[in-house]
Design a protein around this ligand. Sequence first.
Ligand code: ATP
Ligand code: MG
Length: 261
Amino acid sequence: MESTVTVEPVSVSIENLYKSFGEQKVLRGVSFDVKPGEIFALMGPSGSGKSVLMRHLVALEQADEGEVLIGGEPADDPGTQGNIRTAMVFQAGALFNSMTVYDNLALYPREHRLYSETVIWEKVTSVMRALSIEGAGRKIPAELSGGMKKRVSVARAIIMEPQLILYDEPTSELDPILAATTTELIATIARETGATSLVVTHDRNLALSIADRMALLMDGKLVFRGTPDDLRNNNDPQVLEFMNPTIDPLNPRFRKQENDV
Ligand SMILES: Nc1ncnc2c1ncn2[C@@H]1O[C@H](COP(=O)(O)OP(=O)(O)OP(=O)(O)O)[C@@H](O)[C@H]1O
Ligand SMILES: [Mg+2]
C-alpha cells in the first residue's frame, strides 16, 4: 500500500487473568505475551471468552484478578490508553450509521487533526482499494453486506495507524477469497508498519498462515501456546478435535429420523 507509516510497536502481556460474570467463570488464569511487532492468533470455541479477553485491552472490561499490560503499563489506566494508539476491529463492526463509510474511515484522522483532507482522502482511498470496498464510500454502513461492513471496520483500524491492532474475527462473514485477501492484508500491515497484532479468530488458515505464535483457549484456560508448526505437531486430542473436527454422517445426530417429513 502507498504511504505507509511505521509506528513504535508495543508488547502485550496477559498475566494470570481471571474474569467472571456472576457465577460464570469465563477466564480462569490465562497468561500469554505478544512481543512487539508480532502477529499473535488467539483461537478457541465459541463462547470460550476470546472477545471478553480482548475487551480488557481497550479497558472495556476490568480484570477480577491478574494483569493486562500494554507496553508494560496497565491497560485500564487512562494514561496507557492515551499514550498508546490501539485500534480494535470489533466482531460486530461498531460503525456509525449516522455517517457515510468514507466519513467513518476519515473520522479518526480528522478528529486528531493528523492530516490534511487531501492526504486523508489519499489514505482512505488506498485502504478502501486494498480491501475492495472502493465503491462503498457514499453508503452508510447499514446499507452494506456483512462482509463489506467487516472490511470497513478493518479499514478503519488500519487508517488509525495504530501501534497495536486488535482484530476480533476479521474474516468471519467473508467468502474464502476475501478472507484470504484480508488475511494477507493483516500480514502486510503488520510487516509494513511494524504494529503488533492480536487476532482472535476461528479461521485456521489465517492463524496457521500468518501468526508468529498462537494460543488455544478452552474452558477459560489456554490448552496450547506455540508456533503454527508446534500446533501442527501437537497430538493433544482436545487440540486435534478443535483444529480438525470430525463430521461423521452416520452419527445419529445427523440422521434423518424415520418419522421426519
Ligand atoms: N457483559 C457480559 N455479561 C455477562 N456475560 C457475558 C458478558 N460478556 C460475555 N459474557 C459471557 O462470556 C462468555 C464468553 O463470551 P465471549 O463473547 O468472550 O465468547 P467468544 O469466545 O468471543 O465467542 P465467539 O467465538 O462466539 O465470538 C459467554 O458465555 C458470554 O455469554
Ligand atoms: Mg467473540
